[in-house]
Design a protein around this ligand. Structure first.
Ligand code: CA
Ligand code: CA
Length: 390
């Protein structure tokens, strides 16, 4: 009995002595520090990101718009991060640095890769803001990507970790970007090689819910992938499942484009195939009916993507700085475009889930999707201003 009492008191003394050590290393116990603007952060080094945030929102995103600049900032965050290969690493070759800013530092090399076509302007626009601060290019690209998501209706709060060192090498040549004309098997293999599961792939494609094409068919620039290019919603997941009937421009263009369900809407072959493949269709279909789940999974997948090539233990959490967007607690179901009905939806998940929810059908002439060029002139102005700067 005496030895038990001695053991308990020694344990208590150990806990008291060791607690301060645990408190400094365990994020649950870490004290917040206050920045000059009065905001609290978990790490003093995060304070600078409030200054960056102000300028990013004002100059890059024109007060918080979900326009072409925001869309391209999100696209850039993916294209920098996916430049990483587990198989090259296993082979003892340089695997790429992932989310390391290489696409900006070595833009003369990486923007020549076909999959990076059209990113030149956002790279210049971001450089214009980023060089005002002592932050790395890799951190800045992921920060701007996280902020851009919150500017779009329905976009979740995406975590942001800082501390990526600057890239010292460009991502290995062609082949690390998933290709819109490729097979699902090859796209899944490429994503797996970069560290992503089939579910991650379907989730990251939510970015196409606020996306559009410019480089596939030059006769119809700014053609959106869904009817709501300013909302990060499930509309995209529903519309990709609709029966395709026509090309919106003078397509088809190579293997990347397939028939679209609506005039003015563009459909990528990869989206079409991933929505119908038995390895991914059920993830896809779930998001059609559960927008809230899509949005929360998107935040998690973006967080994973943003640290590709890094060990999280080497970074520090600055998520406090990312504004918390307001989004509906119970998002509505996506709506069927005018002129289409439930039988036009090509559900592909097997076994077929029981759907008790039904989309509203609206009769009328087939809906046309207008081009979405909001923010385009501003993006060009920012890129030109960067070109004129040192
Ligand atoms: Ca990179
Ligand atoms: Ca959308």
């Amino acid at each position: 009995m005496l030895s038990l009492a001695l053991f308990l008191s020694l344990s208590l003394i150990y806990m008291i002595i060791s607690f301060p050590l645990q408190a400094s290393s365990n994020p649950l116990f870490r004290r917040k520090t206050t920045c000059e603007n009065g905001k609290q952060v978990s790490d003093q080094r995060c304070c600078i990101w409030y200054d960056v945030l102000e300028q990013v929102q004002e100059e890059l995103f024109a007060g918080g718009e979900c326009d072409e600049v925001a869309h391209d900032a999100l696209r850039l965050s993916f294209h920098d991060a996916v430049g990483f290969s587990k198989s090259l690493k296993a082979a003892g070759k340089f695997p790429g640095g992932g989310a390391d800013g290489s696409i900006m530092i070595f833009r003369g090399i990486e923007t020549v890769y076909p999959g990076n076509a059209g990113l030149d302007e956002i790279i210049e626009a971001e450089r214009l803001v980023a060089w005002n601060y002592n932050v790395t290019w890799g951190d800045f690209i992921q920060f701007a990507g996280a902020v851009s998501v919150g500017n779009c209706v329905g976009g979740p709060k995406v975590p942001f970790w800082a501390g990526r060192p600057n890239a010292t090498m460009w991502a290995p040549s062609h082949g690390l970007l998933p290709d819109a004309g490729d097979t699902v098997t090859n796209i899944l293999a490429r994503m797996d090689d970069a560290g992503f599961t089939p579910s991650d792939l379907v989730t990251l494609l939510a970015s196409h819910s606020i996306g559009m094409q410019e480089e596939q068919d030059h006769s119809i620039p700014f053609t959106p992938f869904d009817t709501t290019p300013e909302s990060l919603d499930s509309q995209f997941y529903l519309e990709v499942l609709l029966n395709g009937t026509a090309y919106p421009g003078n397509g088809p263009h190579g293997a990347s484009e397939v028939l679209s369900p609506l005039p003015g809407e563009f459909r990528l072959q990869s989206d079409f195939a991933i929505a119908r493949d038995n390895r991914t269709a059920c993830f896809w279909e779930e998001f059609v009916f559960n927008e809230g789940k899509m949005q929360s999974k998107f935040a998690t997948a973006m967080d994973k993507m943003s640290i590709v090539g890094h060990d999280r233990n080497d970074l520090y959490d600055c998520s406090d700085v990312i504004p918390t967007p307001s989004r509906p607690k119970n998002p509505a179901l996506p709506t069927l475009p005018v002129g289409l009905d439930f039988k036009d939806v090509q559900f592909a998940c097997t076994p077929t889930p029981t759907h008790t929810k039904k989309f509203k059908e609206v009769d009328g002439p087939l809906q046309t999707v207008p081009p979405f060029d909001k923010g385009h002139d501003r993006l060009q102005d920012l890129a030109s201003a960067a070109a004129d700067s040192p």
